[in-house]
Every structure is written in C-alpha cells, then in structure tokens.
Design a protein around this ligand. Structure first.
Ligand SMILES: Cc1cc2nc3c(=O)[nH]c(=O)nc-3n(C[C@H](O)[C@H](O)[C@H](O)COP(=O)(O)OP(=O)(O)OC[C@H]3O[C@@H](n4cnc5c(N)ncnc54)[C@H](O)[C@@H]3O)c2cc1C
Ligand code: FES
Length: 362
C-alpha cells in the first residue's frame, strides 16, 4: 500500500517539475519564441520579445503607428507592409485591405503577431511620430455639431507635419484614442487645430463637446497619414469635402496660400443646409484674393431656401457640372465613405487618373 503511495507522490512530483519547467520556458522565451528582430525599411532594427502584436511591440520601442480603435481591428488605420515573416492574414483584416494591398503585403499591425523575425516597411515619416503633451487654448463652435479645438504643444513644443495629415488624441480617464485631421497651418509648429464633429453617443466626441475645457491637458500623438498635399506636383487641384472633412483641406489651403496659389484650385464643399456651412466668408475672401482659387459650397437640402443663391444638389452632381476635364488635375477628398466613393466615380468619369485621387474617409 505504502509502495503505491510513494509511486503516486513521485508521479505528482515529476508532473509538478515538468509544469514549472514549461512555465519558466514560456516566461523566458514568450509564446513567440524569445527575442525577435524587426527590420524596418531595411535600415532600422529593433529587438522585441516575441508573442505580442507588431503594433504593441513597436509602441514599446517608441515607434507609434496610428491605432484609432486601440488595436481592436475596427478602424483600419494601423496598416503597414509585411515583407518577410509574420502570421497569416485574418478575415478581420480583409475588410480594410483591398486585393492590390493584400498582394503587396499590406496588413493591420494590431492583427499580426511577432512570432519570428520580421522585415517590414513603414510609410516614410512614421518613424518621426511621437507623443506630445498639450494644453487646450481655444474652443469654438463652428456649427451646431462641429467644434474647433486649438492646442498649444508643451512637451515637445514643436511639431512638423504635412498639410492633410492627422493626429490622435487620447481621451483622459477612459484612455480612448481617436484620429483627427489637422486643420491648422503647418508653419505654426507650436499649435494644432482640430475640427471635431459630435457623433451621437460617441466616446471621444461627447467628451470634446460636453466636457473639454480651456486649460485641459491632452496627450496627442502623430503626425500620421499619406493623405497630404503633393507639393512638387504642378497639376490643377480639385478639393471635395463635407462636414469636418473641411479640416485637412483647410491645412492644405494654408500651404497653397503661402505659395501664392500657383495652381488652379476648385474647392467643392457639400452640406445639407446653410446651418452646416462654416468658414464661408473666409473662403469667399480667399476666392477674391486669389483668382486661381474658387470656393463652391453646395447644399443638398435647400430646395425651399430662398436666401441661398449658391449651388443646390448633391456634391457629385455639382462636380460633374462644373469641374470640366480633369485629365491634368489631382484631387484631395475628405468626408464620409459614401461621399468619397461616389466622388471618385465622378472624378474618373471626368478623366482623372486613379493615382491622382487622394482621400481620407471618416
Ligand atoms: C484618418 C482619420 C481622420 C479623422 N479626422 C476627423 C476629423 O478631422 N474630424 C472628425 O470629427 N472626425 C474625424 N475622424 C473620425 C474620428 O476618428 C472618430 O471616429 C469620430 O470622432 C467618432 O469618435 P467617437 O469616439 O466619438 O465615436 P465612437 O465611440 O467611436 O463611436 C460611437 C458610435 O458612432 C459610430 N460612428 C463612429 N464614427 C462615426 C462617424 N464619423 N459618423 C457617424 N457615426 C460614427 C460608431 O460606429 C459607433 O456606433 C477621423 C478618422 C480617421 C480614421
Ligand atoms: S488599431 Fe484599429 S484596426 Fe488596428
């Protein structure tokens, strides 16, 4: 009887030792197998512990990719290009990655795990993104649902961005991170301005519209995005925006104005009614000051608005009516996904090449 008890205790002891050994191995090496090297753009190498996502592993090394949904796979902003290594593409990624991108290895960094050494490409400039401590110095209602928020950068107190790019703000307390296009002048490196539209029950926008106060301290990270003014191009420009899509176009216009508006620019702004228009006087004045610039606001729901003397109808129809042949133009579009898809169709009908159409959908 004692013999069986001894054997049982020895067996339990052996199992215990094996379990502790496996836990130690797991802890030391991680599920991704210990230290892994990520080679970025064939020039920078970072060594990380395997097992976590590319997004988190890079963030631990102070390389910040945009991640408006906090890594849940629902925003599609955390794209990068995987050249070698990595885990297979997941169905959740496919809703943000088209066939061409998939063939080029474009992936969502929050969904790819570092389980082997990786070779990746990040968009140029992304390695410069960092976290800025800032203070709110201006809050202004532009319409009933869009607020302009002005931040002074404190640490670091200087940002370089390209007109059209976006940053992310972290909502204090709930730690929600959301992307917002920069509306301000890229020459003013100590301040950032955002235009934030209230989304019903939206976490970040409800905070901004109902709770944010002058003097509040906010963490901002960025800049991000490949939607920005191509400054070396000489082509005419078509801008199309709706709602808070005004923001990146405003930043682009600052730059074009500083250059003396050398290219012909037509800016189409789609709104429902006059209540949804803002900065109209400023943009009309710009039209007067620069003959190359034309501002064309259009109202989709203004049939019985006798005061409105401007364009009436869907922005796509107005573009089709006014823009003319676009074979030597490039476009900057910003607004809802539906509006942008419809506009792209019209721009192509007017002979614009797909490579000349740049957009941010939100
Ligand atoms: C690159 C980029 C740039 C952006 N720039 C701007 C900008 O300049 N100004 C701006 O106002 N927003 C901008 N956005 C959108 C912004 O990041 C947020 O998604 C938006 O403000 C909603 O955040 P929330 O936390 O308030 O809503 P959430 O809490 O995320 O959402 C609440 C609910 O609203 C729905 N919802 C989320 N977003 C929208 C929307 N835009 N319209 C309608 N319903 C929505 C969600 O599906 C959800 O059901 C940008 C997004 C991206 C990716
Ligand atoms: S962080 Fe939003 S999809 Fe990856």
């Amino acid at each position: 009887m004692m013999q069986y008890l001894y054997m049982f205790l020895i067996l339990v002891g052996v199992l215990l030792v094996i379990t502790i050994f496996l836990i130690l191995v797991e802890k030391l090496l991680g599920s991704g197998g210990g230290e892994r090297t990520i080679t970025i753009n064939d020039e920078t190498q970072v060594v990380v512990m395997g097992g976590d996502t590319v997004l988190n592993s890079l963030s631990d090394k102070k390389i910040f990719l945009p991640s408006s949904c906090g890594g849940k796979g629902t925003c599609g902003t955390c794209k990068f290009q995987l050249i070698e290594g990595g885990t297979p593409i997941k169905p959740i990624e496919k809703s943000f990655i088209n066939k061409k991108e998939e063939a080029e290895g474009v992936r969502l960094s929050c969904q790819v795990k570092v389980e082997s050494d990786l070779r990746i490409t990040l968009p140029p400039g992304l390695l410069d993104a960092q976290i800025y401590k800032s203070k709110v110095v201006g809050l202004e209602d532009l319409t009933y649902d869009i607020k302009r928020v002005r931040f002074e950068l404190i640490e670091p107190n200087h940002i370089d961005f390209k007109p059209g790019q976006f940053v992310q703000i972290k909502v204090p307390g709930i730690e929600v991170v959301r992307a917002y296009s920069i509306a301000s002048d890229s020459e003013d490196k100590n301040h950032l301005e955002l235009m934030i539209r209230q989304v019903t029950k939206g976490a970040a926008t409800t905070f901004v519209h109902k709770a944010l106060m002058i003097g509040d301290k906010i963490d901002i990270d960025g800049p991000f995005g490949d939607f920005y003014l191509r400054e070396d191009s000489k082509k005419d420009i078509i801008c199309i925006a709706g709602g808070s899509g005004m923001a990146p176009i405003k930043s682009i216009l600052y730059k074009l104005k500083q250059q003396g508006m050398p290219r012909k620019v037509k800016y189409f702004f789609g709104a429902r009614t006059q209540n949804d228009l803002f900065l109209t006087e400023e943009l009309m004045q710009l039209s007067k000051d620069y003959p190359n610039f034309e501002y064309i606001p259009a109202l989709s729901h203004a049939d019985d608005d006798k005061d409105w003397k401007g364009e009436k109808g869907w922005i796509t129809d107005i573009v089709r009516k006014i823009a003319g042949d676009l074979s030597n133009s490039e476009a900057y579009l910003c607004g809802s996904p539906g509006m942008i898809d419809a506009c792209i169709k019209v721009l192509k009908e007017l002979n614009m090449s797909e490579d000349d159409i740049l957009f941010d959908k939100f």
